[in-house]
Design a binder for this molecule. Structure first.
Ligand SMILES: Nc1ncnc2c1ncn2[C@@H]1O[C@H](COP(=O)(O)OP(=O)(O)O)[C@@H](O)[C@H]1O
Ligand SMILES: Cc1cn([C@H]2C[C@H](O)[C@@H](COP(=O)(O)OP(=O)(O)O)O2)c(=O)[nH]c1=O
Length: 206
């Protein structure tokens, strides 16, 4: 059976940067690595980007923003296919799977939108639990600097408010799910990579 590692964190935490570095580090040590992400690049993921990530401008009914429940169901549908068609087969063939976001994003973000956490956990019960979840944690003001969010003031304040709630949710989830390990994402790229390597080495030694 392969090894399943997930990177989580608020927008701009450094997940994609670290996922690429971790893939290289593992490949240099002879592991076969599949790097993937959620939302995926399948039709499900494309639909999510169209309906959800455009701020719902292209909502199903005359551009109306879709409900948070429908959003959660879309992310879960994308994940069901992701697990069935990519993650499970890759693990069964002994590969290391690194996913940039997974069901913990649904818990942190959709919970921040006011949905019931237990419902969200139930909705994602099919999702196989990773061996290690690397939570890249940092203050929102730093992450916002990194992604240089360009938006009008009111929008920006709303984004910051949401990201603060999401960060708090992730930290609460880390108390509930032992597979989540907190990484100080404030350090420079190499400093964050070194923290991640230490956690992955500990996992590989198990
Ligand atoms: N440790 C770091 N310190 C400073 N900037 C970083 C760090 N890690 C990534 N960045 C930069 O921050 C931005 C967001 O990084 P990215 O990996 O895309 O984050 P995410 O995938 O979590 O949204 C990119 O411009 C990236 O180059
Ligand atoms: C996977 C997932 C992501 N999200 C959110 C987190 C991010 O704000 C957004 C995905 O953005 P991001 O991870 O940056 O993907 P992309 O590289 O396509 O921009 O979707 C959820 O709300 N729930 C989920 O289940």
């Amino acid at each position: 059976m392969g090894i399943f590692i997930v990177l989580e964190g608020i927008d701009g935490a450094g997940k994609s940067t670290q996922a690429k570095l971790l893939k290289l580090w593992l490949e240099e040590r002879g592991y076969e690595v599949v790097l993937t992400k959620e939302p995926t690049d399948t039709p499900f993921g494309k639909l999510i980007r169209k309906l959800v990530l455009t701020g719902g401008r292209e909502g199903i009914i005359d551009g109306a923003k879709i409900s948070h429940e429908a959003e959660a169901l879309l992310f879960a549908a994308d994940r069901a296919e992701h697990v069935d068609k990519l993650i499970k087969p890759a693990l069964e063939s002994g590969k290391v799977v690194i996913s940039d976001r997974y069901f913990y994003s649904s818990l942190a973000y959709q919970w921040a939108r006011g949905l019931d956490l237990e419902w969200l956990i139930d909705l994602n019960r099919f999702a196989i639990r990773p061996d290690l979840v690397l939570l890249l944690d940092l203050p929102v003001k730093e992450s916002m600097k990194r992604i240089r969010t360009r938006s009008i003031k009111t929008e920006f304040d709303k984004i910051v408010e949401l990201q603060k709630k999401v960060r708090e949710n992730y930290l609460k989830l880390a108390e509930r799910f032992p597979e989540i390990k907190i990484v100080n994402a404030l350090e420079d790229v190499d400093g964050v990579h070194r923290q991640i390597v230490a956690l992955v080495e500990a996992l590989l030694e198990k």
